[in-house]
Ligand binder design. Sequence first.
Ligand SMILES: NC(=O)c1ccc[n+]([C@@H]2O[C@H](COP(=O)([O-])OP(=O)(O)OC[C@H]3O[C@@H](n4cnc5c(N)ncnc54)[C@H](O)[C@@H]3O)[C@@H](O)[C@H]2O)c1
Length: 131
Amino acid sequence: MAVRIVPTALFDLNGKVAIVTGGGNGIGAACCRMLADSGATVVIADLRAADAQNVADEITARGGEALAMECNVLHDEDLVALVQRTVVEYGGLHILVNNAGAAAQAKKVRSTSLWTHGVSFLSIKYCATAS
Ligand SMILES: NC(=O)c1ccc[n+]([C@@H]2O[C@H](COP(=O)([O-])OP(=O)(O)OC[C@H]3O[C@@H](n4cnc5c(N)ncnc54)[C@H](O)[C@@H]3O)[C@@H](O)[C@H]2O)c1
């Protein structure tokens, strides 16, 4: 028998605003769905704008609040725009999921582990600073 986890039974995030970097796919997209199911408004920031929009559409189709934004977490100006738009649209920022990274993408783009870890660590630094 399948077990269905109902996040709202554990956490109530109504009135909270979350940014999830790399929210267009994989773990980040799952975080977006969980946060939205728990009541949070979710801003989905991703290099791949279409993927972020797909997740936002999925969330809004089932009654949640979500906004997709194209963003490269390695670009300061993208992060400033991301945080500014979030605050203007939703009045604040309470949750930051620094998920954007490159484990799979690194194979397609570049092969060095330095680049992979650089995206992960620098995105945390830049995103937290912009917040
Ligand atoms: N999947 C795993 O087994 C695993 C293991 C350890 C760590 N991680 C880490 O977890 C995170 C998510 O992994 P995943 O498997 O869901 O990856 P994924 O490739 O499925 O999704 C990553 C998302 O991040 C986006 N992204 C990549 N670089 C970006 C950038 N510079 N700016 C904005 N968005 C960017 C991609 O477009 C993609 O939508 C990554 O940081 C990864 O390094 C994953």
